[in-house]
Design a protein around this ligand. Structure first.
Ligand SMILES: Cc1cc2nc3c(=O)[nH]c(=O)nc-3n(C[C@H](O)[C@H](O)[C@H](O)COP(=O)(O)O)c2cc1C
Length: 325
């Protein structure tokens, strides 16, 4: 058993988190992660309105009696979202775990604190993690350069980012980005994290609500098949490489502006990929860890084998130290 402050604070069996994932973080996946003893996050903004989010939370509760949380991502978007109304829907639904991401969680903390919600803030730098600790979050999830989605602009991989965060913080850290195996879990614990957050790896599970073609493309992909788009606009996103991602890079590297790529980056096109299985229909999110994915397990299989592998590796390392030479 791997138990620590993360399992204690969030009331889960294993120190493994399924981070928010736009279009994917729905009740089917989150309840499967929860039933596997890990911490799943519904993705608030996947639901078109705060009212739909309340319904999705209730649907998830019908599928599990284990703890789960909700991700609230606050990023500039083509269609502005009523983030505070989503936050109110979360609290009024009785959710006690929230993953915030995208910007400083301070505006939401009075609401969450008053309701006894434990916040895990996802960020991409030590300075943002320190800021989150100052505003009272329970834990931080630190996303390294390897991660799917928004790695920030500092380009610091987890081998350096996690120990740097560990040295600067008192609250527990969850390592995020590039993790998909027990080896990654064991390494993250050694680097100073008390858990791991995974997006890409949970996307490629039986219960993840996306077309099988996309899962099969992930199994076939190597670690060389992601792109960093939107770099010149300082809004970098790591996505699966396809004809759309390469076109966006070509336009922006050639001096294009956001308006020139607006239609290509539209979230609705990404959603089409997951729904139809046409992996060239739009941009879709995936991290470097696709190179380590070679099957489509259930969430329960994935979590139990990761924990077993990590425990065996840690015990092996201890035995190596203890063994007489
Ligand atoms: C398909 C997909 C969609 C994502 N959408 C969001 C999101 O809406 N909000 C968010 O905070 N993180 C989002 N992420 C990031 C994940 O929560 C997590 O931080 C990241 O995937 C960790 O890196 P990994 O993919 O290497 O495990 C997304 C990731 C994926 C793969």
């Amino acid at each position: 058993m791997l138990t620590n402050r993360i399992t204690e604070i969030f009331g889960v069996e294993h120190p493994i988190v399924q981070g928010g994932m736009q279009w994917i973080g729905r009740a089917e996946l989150v309840s499967a992660v929860a039933n596997a003893g890990a911490l799943g996050m519904l993705t608030a903004l996947t639901q078109p309105t705060p009212r739909d989010l309340r319904t999705e939370i209730a649907r998830c509760r019908d599928m599990t009696d284990k703890p789960f949380g909700v991700n609230l991502t606050v990023l500039p978007s083509i269609r502005p979202m009523p983030h505070m109304e989503y936050a109110e829907a979360i609290v009024e639904s009785g959710i006690t775990i929230v993953e915030t991401a995208g910007s400083n969680p301070a505006p939401f903390m009075p609401l969450f604190d008053a309701a006894g919600v434990k916040v895990i803030h996802k960020c991409t730098s030590v300075r943002h993690a320190i800021k989150a600790q100052q505003v009272g979050v329970a834990a931080v999830s630190v996303d390294g350069f390897e991660c799917a989605g928004h790695p920030g602009e500092d380009d610091v991989p987890n081998l350096v980012l996690i120990p740097a965060a560990r040295a600067a913080l008192d609250i527990p850290i969850v390592a995020s980005g590039g993790i998909g195996t027990g080896r990654g879990l064991a390494a993250a614990l050694m680097l100073g994290a008390e858990g791991v957050n995974m997006g890409t790896r949970f996307m490629c599970t039986v219960e993840a609500p996306l077309h099988d073609n996309v899962k099969r493309a992930m199994v076939e992909a190597t670690e060389l098949q992601t792109d960093l788009i939107m770099r010149p606009l300082r809004n970098t996103a790591r996505v699966a490489r396809n004809s759309v991602s390469t076109e966006i890079i070509r336009i922006l590297d050639g001096g294009g502006v956001f308006e020139d790529v607006r239609e290509l980056v539209a979230g609705a096109r990404g959603r089409t990929v997951y729904e139809t299985g046409d992996v060239e229909a739009g941009i879709w999110t995936a991290g470097l860890v696709v190179g380590l994915i070679d099957d489509i397990p259930t969430c329960a299989e994935l979590v139990s084998r990761m924990v077993a592998e990590a425990e065996a590796l840690i015990c092996g390392a201890v035995a190596m130290i203890a063994a007489p030479v």
